[in-house]
Design a protein around this ligand. Structure first.
Ligand SMILES: [Zn+2]
Ligand SMILES: [Zn+2]
Length: 178
């Protein structure tokens, strides 16, 4: 059964390359951000650029190139927005699920269907690897006060002074003889 891939800006027509090992085409694409591309605390700005080569190989089509995008992250300590220039090299094989060896499975999102390939998964997987686990506006960021929420990079609050170690709480009312 042939599925017809919906045509949009993330779909590339590759009829000219299918089953022609050795043939290739250079691409330089400005792609939209895939739908449902949600990353924690990160917003990807359009367009995502893919510059590289689509090569026809015996097993399918190999897409190799470089993805570039701007991703706005939030500092993990103070939540200040940080613009992250994400760039990553990608190499992915797209294959026709009908033609591959039954023992091999085509990775979901990397199917070559009806002379088209869709780049959603490649964009999503590629950019996800560029996102730091704990982005920081700067290594010395002091973060927000856990009590009053003040940005400790800009102000000094007095919360720390009032803070009493809970283990000493029972001594609060204690009066010592003068
Ligand atoms: Zn920060
Ligand atoms: Zn405070």
């Amino acid at each position: 059964m042939l599925m017809t891939a919906p045509l949009d800006d993330l779909t590339v027509k590759v009829n000219d390359l299918v089953d022609r090992p050795g043939a290739s085409r250079a691409v330089d694409l400005a792609l939209p951000v895939p739908d449902g591309f949600d990353l924690p605390l990160a917003a990807v700005g359009a367009p995502v650029r893919l510059e590289g080569l689509i090569e026809s190989v015996v097993d399918g089509l190999l897409v190799r190139g470089r993805l570039d995008a701007q991703i706005v992250l939030s500092c993990a300590r103070c939540l200040t927005p940080i613009v992250h220039d994400a760039g990553v090299d990608v190499v992915e094989l797209f294959a026709d699920p009908v033609q591959v060896d039954p023992d091999d499975e085509v990775e979901p999102g990397y199917e070559l269907l009806d002379g088209h390939l869709r780049l959603d998964a490649l964009v999503r997987d590629g950019l996800a690897t560029t996102i730091p686990f704990q982005p920081l506006c700067e290594g010395s960021c002091r973060g927000l006060c856990a009590q009053c929420g003040a940005d400790l990079n800009e102000v000094t609050c007095s919360c720390a002074d009032d803070e009493l170690d809970p283990r000493w709480e029972g001594l609060r009312g204690l009066r010592l003889p003068e």
